[in-house]
Design a protein around this ligand. Sequence first.
Ligand SMILES: Cc1cc2nc3c(=O)[nH]c(=O)nc-3n(C[C@H](O)[C@H](O)[C@H](O)COP(=O)(O)OP(=O)(O)OC[C@H]3O[C@@H](n4cnc5c(N)ncnc54)[C@H](O)[C@@H]3O)c2cc1C
Length: 576
Amino acid sequence: MIDLEERRCDVLVVGTGAAGCLAAIEAADNDAEVVLTSKGALGRTGTTNIATVEMAAAIGHGDEEDSPWSHFTDTVIGSRYLANQELAHILCFDSPSMVYYLDSLGMPWDKLPDGRYWQRPMPGMSYRRGVCYDAKTGKMLQGVLAHAVQQRPTIHVLNDFLVFRLLKSTDGQIAGVVGWQSAVGRLLLIRARTVILATGGAGRLYKICGMDTGATGDGMAMAYFAGAELQDMEFHQIFPTGFVWPECIKGMGVASSVLWSKGLRLYNALGDRFMERYDPARLENVPRDQLTWAIHSEIREGRGTEHGGVWLDTHAVENWQAVKTEFAKAYARPQSLGIDTRRMEVGPYYHYTMGGIRFSVDGETTILGLFAAGEAGGGLHGANRLGGNALSECAVFGVRAGRAAARRKGTLPDIDPAEKSEAVEYFYRVLDRKGPGRLPRDIRTDLAEMMNKYVWVLRAADGLSRALESLGELRSEANVATVTPEPRHHPSLFDALELDLMLVLAEPIVRSALLRTESRGSHQREDFPQADDEKWLCNIVVWRNAHGDAQHRLDPVRFTHCTPPALEKSSAWVTP
Ligand SMILES: Cc1cc2nc3c(=O)[nH]c(=O)nc-3n(C[C@H](O)[C@H](O)[C@H](O)COP(=O)(O)OP(=O)(O)OC[C@H]3O[C@@H](n4cnc5c(N)ncnc54)[C@H](O)[C@@H]3O)c2cc1C
């Protein structure tokens, strides 16, 4: 029997990526006693560490004509008009001040000799808007934030702590969480006045993914399980060319977008330069999503390589040695593994989760006292996210959530005893899964295979319906999986808890993809290939009712700041 220990704080932040650290810092600076948790270790887990390039902010040092309004219209157009405009407006007008704030915390942004910020161009952005640090922006940012956390005595860091249930009070407000601290084999309940979910995205539900291995969508799943609303769950950013082989760098993107015009080529396993069939004029130099669809189609139609990719060939790149030197950082890892960078096996890979937990301008979800920040949140990017806006989101809304959560005063809510019993009994049921089924890790592999087969780049009703059936079967399998009994450093218990959350989350993803009978942004339906503005300028909102049944509604987009040109019957954007 494992004891259930209890701990208390004002603000509990789940997740130590950029959003979580910034929320914790802001809450501590607003006089809250904070517990900051991660299922890995502060500074070393989360996708923030991997973010290579930039944070978007219309500071105007790259191009003087730039403005937050231009950033805002780019963001809304990029979202294919589905972005929550109120959130997007705050994002774009507040991100410059966040750059200065991060500077004050110690972030060594790249600067010009005169002290202004060096800003780079980014796809979909009208001006040079990306602030960076030496092509290692995320890693440096994560280090700076971890250091700032450690300097604040009112932030208590709890590593290796996998939160698996949110607990509410009898009147429905958030009251705490239960989690498993794997390193010490401890089941721990944390009571808190407010909880901030900064648990990142859900890319690991899929087979080929460039995100952190812990990006299993836990926060979204727990929020959904607890009755909070999620939105835009059908939208996932999938980029065209990530390694599919070797296994150790599977999902790592190959820096190719600027190289297409220099002579990079794609070949299928039969040796055909297949882009000649898809777009004979532009060949590989088409927009990123079209390249993704073409590569995906080649692989699906059986013309893929042994490991399920196509060949990215650099032989026709003029002066390859010089190009490789220019992009030395991007090619250093594959080269160090002995990979021939003249011919690489690549395919579409999962990059970013647009959907997530619905949140207000202060980061609060539809459960009182529960906040969401960073990639765990949904609503800001609609059908497609522009590069750099993810780190801006972490900063702007991480800080806002931290401040609002800290300022929520009052007594610690009492946990509903029924919720506590359910969580503890669930944990012991998982611990008691003695088989005869397979290991949770193997079932997780099947889940990822299934999601890649039916809910990937191109979708259709029959595949999505099959995905729903498969989820039922995988859930039955998970219930009789084999969880080995050693409670400390217990990989199969950890895997089982994560797998259950992934299975919870996969369902609203598939249901939302089935509901949206049009193609828009990252959601492409083969059976509905056109965008349908008449019916679908709305967000799909999903939640579970008190009986655990899946619910949904369609929320028309509120054009609070500008209206799509098509609706105005003019090409100009209008302001209210
Ligand atoms: C290859 C790559 C490059 C990118 N480059 C850029 C870029 O240049 N610019 C940009 O804006 N965006 C970029 N992004 C996206 C961006 O990195 C992420 O959206 C962002 O870092 C997410 O930060 P976060 O704080 O929300 O979550 P994360 O940094 O992913 O942190 C999540 C945290 O939650 C914890 N956690 C999760 N579940 C639990 C649980 N159940 N219990 C306890 N803890 C839990 C994790 O351990 C982790 O600490 C890139 C993404 C990828 C994959």
